[in-house]
Design a protein around this ligand. Structure first.
Ligand code: NAG
Ligand code: NAG
Ligand code: NAG
Ligand code: NAG
Ligand code: NAG
Ligand code: NAG
Ligand code: ZN
Length: 447
C-alpha cells in the first residue's frame, strides 16, 4: 500500500508540473495547403507524422495577411475584429492604416488577441518573435516579450529569442508566436506555378522547421510544448494577360482607391455612378455595393469596409493603368482551394498521427484557448471542429459513428432475440422437464 502511494506520488508530481500547458504558434506566411502535397518537405512531414494535420484551412475573406493573422488569434471574422485589409481608411477619423504604418491601437482595439487574454487570466505571460499586431499596445498591452517588426531579422534570431523567452519561468511564458515572411514573398515574386524556384524556397522553409524542432529538442522543451505550424493564406498564379484596368472604365477622380487588388476597396464620390461603371468594367471582376456583399464572406458589418468593393476572379489582377505588379497573389474568394493554408500541430495536447480534411481559421482560436485553459473572448469559431485533433477530447468521425450505431443495434437485436427465445422456453420448463430432456438427449450416447 505504502509503495503504491509513493509510486503514485512520483508518477503524479512531475507530470503535473510538466503539464502547465504551453503553446507556440508559428506562421509561415503564404504557405498554400497543396505545397505539402507537391513538394518534398521532410522536416514538416516528420513533425506531422507524430502529430496532427488539417489539410485545408478555410480562411477568412479577404484572404490577406493582416486580416487572417488577426483572425487566427481572435477567432473573429474580419468584420468583427476590424483589421479588414492590409490597407485601410477610416472616414470618420480620416486615419489610414498600412503595413508600414500599423501601430496605432485604434485599428486593433475592436478585438482582444489571445496573447493579451493570456496575460489577463492568471500569473503568466506571452512572448512574440513577430506576428501582425504583437508590437502594438492593444488594450494597453503588448506581449511581455516582443520584437519590433523588422523583416531583416533572420529566422534563427527570432527562434533564438523565442527559446530564451520560453525558458523564463517566473512568471512562465505560456503562449508565444513566431512569424516568417516565406514562402509568401517568393510566391508573389515567382508565382506558385514556377515549381523550380518555389521548390528551392520551400526546401529552405522546411529547413527552418527542422532548425526550430532541433532547437526545441536541445533546450528540452520539445516534449512538453505544444507547437502549431500554420499560415494565413495560399497563393494564386497571376499573368500579364489577366489584368483589369480600371482607368479604361472610369475616370480616376471619381473615386478614392483605398485598397488595390485582388479585392479593391473603393470610396466613391457618386456611389451609383461609380458602381454602375465598375459593374460593367470586366467579366472577370465583381462589383458589390457594401450591402450586397455575399453573407458567406462575413465581410460587411464594419465602418472600415468601403461602400464599394471589387473582387477579381482567381488569378486576375486589378490595376488602374499599371503593368502586372506580381506573378502570384492572394486575397481572392476564401472558398478557392488555392487560397487555403494548412495547419499542423504537435505536442502533449494533440493526438498523434491524425489527419483531418478541413477546419476554419476562426476555429483555431477556441482550440488554443482550450489548450491553454483560457476563457475565450466572444468569437466565431467552433471548438468541436477541432476536437478530433485534441488528445483530451472524445472524438468519433461519421463513418466510425455509423459503425458503432450498427454494432450496438446488432448486439441489442441479438440480446432481444435471446431474451425472446428464453421467454418462449421458460413457460414450458416445468420441474424435471429439463432433466427429462437431458435424459432424452443422453439416450443415444448411452445407447
Ligand atoms: C499613420 O497612421 C496614423 C493613424 O493611424 C495617421 O495619423 C498618420 O498620418 C499615418 N502616417 C502616415 C505616414 O501615413
Ligand atoms: C532590422 O534588422 C536588421 C538586421 O538585424 C538591422 O540591421 C536593422 O538595423 C534593423 N532595422 C531597424 C529599423 O531596427
Ligand atoms: C534556461 O535557464 C537556465 C537557468 O535559468 C539556464 O541554465 C539555461 O541555460 C537556459 N536554457 C536556455 C536554452 O536558454
Ligand atoms: C527561377 O529559377 C531559374 C532556374 O534556377 C532561374 O534561372 C530564374 O532566374 C529564376 N527566376 C527568377 C524570377 O529569379
Ligand atoms: C498611368 O496614369 C498616370 C496618371 O494618369 C499617368 O501619369 C501615366 O503615364 C499612366 N501610365 C501608363 C503606363 O499609362
Ligand atoms: C462573430 O462573433 C462576434 C462576437 O461574438 C459577433 O458579434 C458576430 O455577430 C459573429 N458573427 C457571425 C457571422 O456570427
Ligand atoms: Zn500573408
Amino acid at each position: 500500500m505504502y509503495f503504491l502511494l509513493v509510486s503514485l506520488f512520483i508518477g503524479i508530481l512531475p507530470s503535473a508540473y510538466a503539464s502547465v500547458p504551453r503553446l507556440l504558434l508559428v506562421s509561415f506566411d503564404g504557405f498554400r495547403a497543396d505545397y505539402l502535397k507537391e513538394y518534398k518537405l521532410p522536416h514538416l512531414q516528420d513533425f506531422i507524422k507524430d502529430g496532427v494535420l488539417v489539410e485545408y484551412v478555410t480562411n477568412a475573406f479577404i484572404t490577406k495577411t493582416f486580416p487572417n493573422h488577426y483572425s487566427i488569434v481572435t477567432g473573429l471574422y474580419e468584420e468583427s475584429h476590424g483589421i479588414v485589409a492590409n490597407e485601410m481608411y477610416d472616414a470618420a477619423t480620416k486615419k489610414s492604416f498600412s503595413q508600414f504604418n500599423d501601430t496605432d491601437p485604434f485599428w486593433w482595439n475592436e478585438a482582444v488577441p489571445i496573447w493579451v487574454t493570456n496575460q489577463w487570466q492568471g500569473n503568466k505571460i506571452s512572448a512574440s518573435a513577430m506576428w501582425p499586431g504583437t508590437d502594438v499596445k492593444i488594450h494597453n498591452s503588448t506581449p511581455h516579450f516582443f520584437m519590433k517588426y523588422n523583416s531583416s531579422v533572420s529566422f534563427n534570431e527570432r527562434a533564438e529569442n523565442i527559446i530564451a523567452w520560453l525558458n523564463n519561468s517566473k512568471p512562465p511564458v505560456t503562449f508565444a508566436t513566431l512569424y516568417w515572411e516565406e514562402p509568401d514573398a517568393s510566391g508573389h515574386k515567382y508565382g506558385p506555378e514556377d515549381t523550380t524556384n518555389m521548390s528551392k524556397v520551400l526546401q529552405e522553409v522546411d529547413n527552418l522547421v527542422g532548425l526550430l524542432v532541433k532547437k526545441l529538442k536541445s533546450s528540452k522543451l520539445w516534449e512538453e510544448i505544444n507547437v502549431i505550424i500554420t499560415s494565413d493564406h495560399g497563393m494564386a498564379q497571376c499573368a500579364q494577360d489577366r489584368l483589369i484596368k480600371l482607368d479604361s472604365c472610369i475616370e480616376r477622380d471619381r473615386y478614392m482607391l483605398i485598397d488595390k487588388t485582388p479585392v479593391a476597396a473603393i470610396l466613391p464620390h457618386d456611389e451609383m455612378y461609380v458602381y454602375t461603371m465598375m459593374k460593367n468594367c470586366s467579366p472577370h471582376m465583381k462589383a458589390y455595393l457594401k450591402e450586397e456583399i455575399p453573407d458567406r464572406y462575413h465581410y460587411n458589418h464594419n465602418q472600415r469596409i468601403q461602400p464599394i468593393i471589387l473582387v477579381a476572379d482567381e488569378g486576375w489582377t486589378i490595376v488602374q493603368n499599371e503593368t502586372l505588379p506580381r506573378l502570384g497573389d492572394h486575397g481572392y474568394d476564401d472558398t478557392l482551394s488555392s487560397m487555403h493554408p494548412f495547419l499542423a500541430a504537435h505536442g502533449p495536447a494533440f493526438r498523434k498521427g491524425y489527419k483531418q480534411k478541413t477546419m476554419c481559421t476562426v476555429d483555431i482560436y477556441p482550440m488554443m484557448c482550450h489548450i491553454l485553459g483560457l476563457t475565450p473572448q466572444p468569437n466565431n469559431g467552433t471548438l468541436s471542429h477541432a476536437k478530433c485533433l485534441l488528445a483530451d477530447q472524445w472524438c468519433i468521425d461519421v463513418p466510425e459513428a455509423i459503425g458503432i450505431v450498427i454494432g450496438v443495434f446488432m448486439v441489442l437485436t441479438t440480446l432481444t432475440c435471446l431474451i425472446i427465445i428464453m421467454k418462449n422456453r421458460t413457460p414450458s420448463l416445468r420441474p424435471f422437464s429439463r432433466l427429462q430432456l437431458q435424459d432424452d438427449d443422453d439416450d443415444p450416447l448411452i445407447g
